[in-house]
Design a protein around this ligand. Structure first.
Ligand code: COA
Length: 260
């Protein structure tokens, strides 16, 4: 696996683990993190041996937002470059063919919450804290939160978060549907790994197609999205994984998927 300065990219079997690794500044997102993060995501996207991706943070934060020290001196034009880079990173994360789980171990503020929102599933440690505090800095979220939060929890909750900048708990995040699950702090990685193990057992082609249908469907009309589901369901009948999965069931054995 490639090595980076601001993050760690590790492999554990079929899982790739990305750890934001600037703990002294609570993993704040500067240009280097965005550049390296985008590179890591792009390299994972073309690696068929990676079946699931996990993102987490080193130390006591998942990510405490954009690097305010770096942003402070930016001109408007530099801010555009930073925001567009962030969007490329977030879009690449969202569009990874593999399922992506955010293991939220601590602060997920501003850009940190935006990273989590670009993942497919969010599992939070009980002590994690969430928020979109950008307006106290005189800006708005610039890596996708105005749109991804609203699509997940609705416009009213999103407006409350952004207008107040208030930090809130994992329990509140769970209550509004911002995270899938909250677990005791010391069970976070174990819970995420148990989930990845389940995902790794499934037909990988099916799983990737399911992700595409769900993601793309959200941008279509219901009619178009249901048509996409039919077409994808049909396409999967021509795959080896489909033949193997059904045969294995009927022969009462575990399937041996090849991803073909
Ligand atoms: N950008 C740059 N540096 C940051 C940072 C950020 N987003 N978040 C934290 N840091 C730095 C702090 O400046 C501090 O550096 P120092 O040790 O050189 O003083 C270090 O990380 C530790 O943070 P600190 O504030 O001392 O920890 P805390 O436990 O008292 O507070 C937070 C934690 C997350 C509540 C607080 O750091 C914070 O509010 N961070 C900014 C969050 C934010 O606004 N994010 C959105 C940005 S758009």
């Amino acid at each position: 696996m490639k090595t980076y300065t601001t993050l760690k990219l590790e492999r554990d079997g079929h899982t790739a683990l990305i750890t934001f690794n600037r703990p002294k500044v609570l993993n704040a997102l500067n240009t280097m993190v965005a550049t390296e993060g985008l590179d890591a995501v792009q390299s994972i996207s073309t690696d068929p041996s990676v079946r699931v991706v996990i993102l987490t943070g080193a130390g006591r934060a998942f990510v405490a937002g954009a690097d305010i020290a770096e942003m402070e001196t930016k001109t408007a034009e530099e801010a555009r470059i930073y925001s567009e880079l962030g969007h490329r990173f977030m879009n690449a994360l969202q569009d990874l063919p593999q399922p992506v789980i955010a293991a939220i171990n601590g602060f997920a503020l501003g850009g940190g919450l935006e990273v989590a929102l670009a993942c497919d599933i969010r599992i939070a440690a009980a002590s994690a804290q969430f928020g979109l505090p950008e307006t106290i800095l005189g800006i708005i979220p610039g890596w996708g939160a105005t749109q991804r939060t609203a699509r997940l929890v609705g416009a009213a909750k999103t407006k409350e978060m952004i207008f107040t900048g208030r930090r809130f708990s994992s329990a509140e995040a769970l209550d509004m549907g911002l995270v899938n699950r909250v677990v005791p702090d010391n069970e976070l990685m174990e819970t995420v790994r148990a989930m990845t193990a389940l995902m790794c057992r499934q037909g990988q082609t099916a799983l990737r197609h399911a992700k595409t249908v769900i993601n793309r469907g959200l941008d279509l009309t219901l009619d178009e999205a249901l048509r996409l589901e039919i077409d994808t369901f049909v396409d999967l009948f021509d795959t080896d994984d489909r033949r193997e999965g059904m045969r294995a069931f009927l022969e009462k054995r575990k399937p041996n998927f090849t991803g073909e």
